[in-house]
Design a protein around this ligand. Sequence first.
Ligand SMILES: [Zn+2]
Ligand SMILES: [Zn+2]
Length: 284
Amino acid sequence: MKIIRTHKRKLPLSNSGNLSLYFIGTGSAFVKSLFQNNVIVVKGNQHLVIDCGTRCMEGLNTVNISAVELKNFLITHTHADHIGGLEEVMLTNRYVAHQRPRMILTETFEKILWNQSLRGGSAWSECHQGEPLEFHDFWQVLRPTLASGMPRETWSYRLGELDLLMPRTCHIPDSAQSWRDSFWSCAVILDRRILFTSDTRYDPELILAFDRLLNLEIIFHDCQFFTGGVHASLAEISQLPPKIKAKTLLMHYGDTWRDYQDAVKAAGFLGFARQGHTYSFPGD
Ligand SMILES: [Zn+2]
Ligand SMILES: [Zn+2]
């Protein structure tokens, strides 16, 4: 893994073919010093935005990327720090750029995302013979398929050279016993090498089962600094095996993250993923 800390004036949305992740932000939902937890994956001529929270576009503005330049999206769940920027994407694409970006999502999640979240801010922008707009008026839908032979329900999509797996996760409610009785949320596995957990409670089986299957190279894991609620805490994930922690970078953390740098190192983690950095993985 190569870490690139600085960028040209404008973030490139293509590269020579290495799998790379640019962290627009690495913070939790209510941070003030970070742009929440959103990334852009780039591989060759393809790019994919994973999550687009309230502060995502503000973060992208610092590297001179506008909403209408983003072509492909994957949303892991419907909390505002993961979808709050989508209204800007939808409205500027429809009314300024006159185009529809693509979104990778299951039929089930499309209904949740549209009916429970996005519809209120966008459907009534226009009215055609008494009918408001629909999800498909804003988005080209890319439909993943159910992958076989996976340790849990996992959706699969191939975006050009980029291989995507989306295992279900256990995030909300706090009373859920497993991913099975959780509201819809997913992680993302890139090229069967990199696991991006997105938001999850402590769920060691997610990590251990996919590591057994794929021998993961790097894990980007949700981390909060207290135990309880709907996120994995530093104390909880410190119980993971040393060989897992040694390849895990923490993300979705609070504003006080600098106070925990020594504790994170002492617990055996690789460290914190950092906002504005690109993590690049040469071809296998
Ligand atoms: Zn979140
Ligand atoms: Zn969340």
